[in-house]
Design a protein around this ligand. Structure first.
Ligand code: UDP
Length: 316
């Protein structure tokens, strides 16, 4: 078991949305955590509550450069990457570098330390899917030279490299394919649907729905996703394993749900669809259910209410 008292865990991208929630969970489980982050899209505020924690260390580091962590390491969890379409379109080369060089360095650290390696991969490896819902056996439908290709291909390369290290060097690997996740600590300006809609609804501005809003996503509350990641880390399943919610809704339905959760009277305005924006997305979660006992429990109404409450709390 990796998640045990005193285990030493390195988290790259630990100042980000998922990384910081994961670190909280690891510390609650009495692990020691070393967080590496260059704060390009991550935010120190996400870790502010951990300053001075005796089992937590923050290192300001770009993981595309050589990384060295003194002492024993039991697990390396590689979460460093811009992850919202706005961010990775803004930082295309950094996104490719962290998926390629960053993953290489994180795997090298795992190999040197004999540590288990977990890759935060993504539903974006399926691209604009032609199989629905998406099982792990689907190879995807990605435009390598389109604007989203920088993220999709970086993560596809990262998966390939992870399994090459597993086959060649015997590194003990886990690959999670993470579907749309939301909750406290998402940057309101990160461009993703949930934080954008909440920001707009709370400001009484129109919600900007791309296209006609019939495209779908399946949104998972962050606490559920962290449950799945921890279960994967402690399982014998290398993956890839889809982690997310099977509750699919259209973006128009999501916009209406956010308006309700905010008690807002905002209207909805339609904007052009981004290039290569996937039309549908829903994980086939049968593998995660079978091998991890994973099931996203929080419904969208409850999850959105908790998220809105967090944003409101920050304004005070
Ligand atoms: N979207 C939208 N309005 C926004 C932001 C996003 O309609 O202000 C749409 C976007 O085009 C996509 C869906 O919401 O169809 C989910 O986008 P998001 O960026 O949250 O995640 P991803 O595309 O990576 O699934």
């Amino acid at each position: 078991m990796v998640l045990r008292e005193g285990a030493r865990v390195v988290v790259t991208g630990g100042a980000g949305f998922l990384g910081s929630h994961l670190i909280d969970r690891l510390l609650e489980g009495d692990c020691e955590v070393v967080c590496l982050d260059n704060l390009v899209t991550g935010d120190e505020d996400n870790l502010a509550h951990l300053l001075g924690h005796e089992r937590f260390t923050f290192v300001h580091r770009d993981v595309t450069e050589f990384i060295f962590v003194p002492g024993d390491v039991d697990a390396v969890l590689h979460f460093a990457s811009p992850a919202s379409p706005v961010d990775y379109l803004d930082l295309p080369i950094q996104t490719l570098k962290v998926g390629a060089l960053g993953t290489h360095n994180a795997l090298g650290l795992s190999l040197a330390k004999g540590a288990r390696f977990l890759l935060a991969s993504t539903s974006e490896v399926y691209g604009d899917p032609q199989v629905h819902p998406q099982p792990e056996t689907y190879w995807g439908h990605v435009n390598p030279v389109g604007p989203r290709g920088v993220y999709d291909e970086a993560k596809r390369y990262a998966e390939a490299l992870t399994f090459a290290y597993h086959r060649t060097h015997g590194v003990d690997v886990r690959v999670a394919r993470i579907f749309n996740t939301y909750g406290p600590r998402m940057r309101m300006d990160d461009g993703r649907a949930v934080p954008s809609f909440i920001g707009q609804a709370l400001a009484g501005e129109p919600l900007t729905v791309h296209g006609d809003g019939t495209q779908t996503r399946s949104i998972c509350y962050v606490d559920d996703l962290i449950d799945g990641l921890c279960a994967l880390l402690d399982s014998d399943e290398p993956g890839p394993v889809n982690l997310g919610s099977a509750h699919e809704c259209s973006i128009l339905e999501l916009a209406r749900a956010v308006i309700d959760a905010c008690g807002s009277s905002s209207s909805i305005e339609h904007r052009p669809r981004p290039v290569d924006d996937p039309q549908v997305r829903r994980p086939d979660t049968s593998l995660a259910e079978r091998v991890l006992g994973f099931h996203a429990r929080t419904g969208p109404e409850e999850g959105l209410q908790r998220t809105v409450a967090w944003y409101l709390g920050r304004r005070r």
